[in-house]
Design a protein around this ligand. Structure first.
Ligand SMILES: [Zn+2]
Length: 231
């Protein structure tokens, strides 16, 4: 395996109006109240692949040139005219697919591995990275659409997804009028947001931006915890 070589970000990329407009369109659909770039991932009301305007395809030549004369960023096969390859998203943008088995471990990605089994997709994907240069990668068609697809396995639990589920519990706890339930939700959030916690920064940004909490911030929750009010 060789290290993946991404081409340098082109001049003007940061301020590219088409890219920013496309990112804003997605952001407006997913989380209309968030600034751009978003402070944190938010639950998608409805966002699919079709909602993402393609502004990465125009950079394909640069990616081909950077990666060993058109080698796939995953399997290193040299991409050919009959299988032209794509600039794809390393972290999937609209949804995440998780395999529920180990697959067949075939040596070469010749065609779709139809034996694999998948869980229902997790939504949203890493939509806030859809227009980031560092999340783009040149891949052969087999890897892009048949093998890697929308998978992005992680060793730890998906922090964002589990926090989103916890956040979604809070309005229910308020509606039920259950102080104990509210405290248990806030305690879980406090644990995730503690400075020493893994992914604490990401968790704090996510909590701070969550409309479910009605203005309650990570700092508020940590203060309540420090004062013993969540015990
Ligand atoms: Zn490949």
């Amino acid at each position: 395996m060789i290290a993946y070589v991404r081409p340098p970000e082109p001049a003007g990329f940061a301020t590219d109006a088409a890219r920013l407009a496309a990112a804003k369109a997605v952001r407006d659909k997913v989380a209309p109240t968030q600034p751009l770039p978003p402070a944190a991932p938010m639950p998608a009301q409805s966002v699919g692949s079709d909602d993402f305007k393609d502004v990465w395809g125009i950079h394909k030549r640069a990616f081909i040139d950077a990666q060993g004369r058109g080698k796939c960023g995953y399997c290193e096969v040299r991409v050919t005219a009959s299988s032209p390859g794509d600039v794809e998203h390393y972290r999937p943008k609209a949804e995440l697919k998780e395999a529920s088995d180990q697959g067949t471990r075939k040596a070469t990605p010749r065609r779709r591995d139809r034996t694999r089994k998948y869980r229902p997709p997790l939504k949203p994907g890493y939509w806030w990275l859809a227009y980031e240069w560092d999340n783009w990668l040149f891949a052969c068609t087999h890897c892009n659409s048949a093998w890697k697809g929308n998978q992005f396995p992680v060793a730890m639990p998906r922090v964002a997804q589990s926090l989103l589920r916890t956040l979604a519990d809070f309005p229910a706890a308020v509606a039920e009028g259950s102080a104990a339930f509210q405290k248990s939700v806030l305690r879980r959030l406090a644990e995730a947001c503690r400075p020493e916690a893994q992914f604490a920064g990401m968790c704090r940004r996510l909590v701070d931006a969550a409309p479910e909490l009605g203005g309650l911030t990570a700092k508020n929750i940590l203060d309540l915890d420090a004062q013993g009010k969540l015990a």
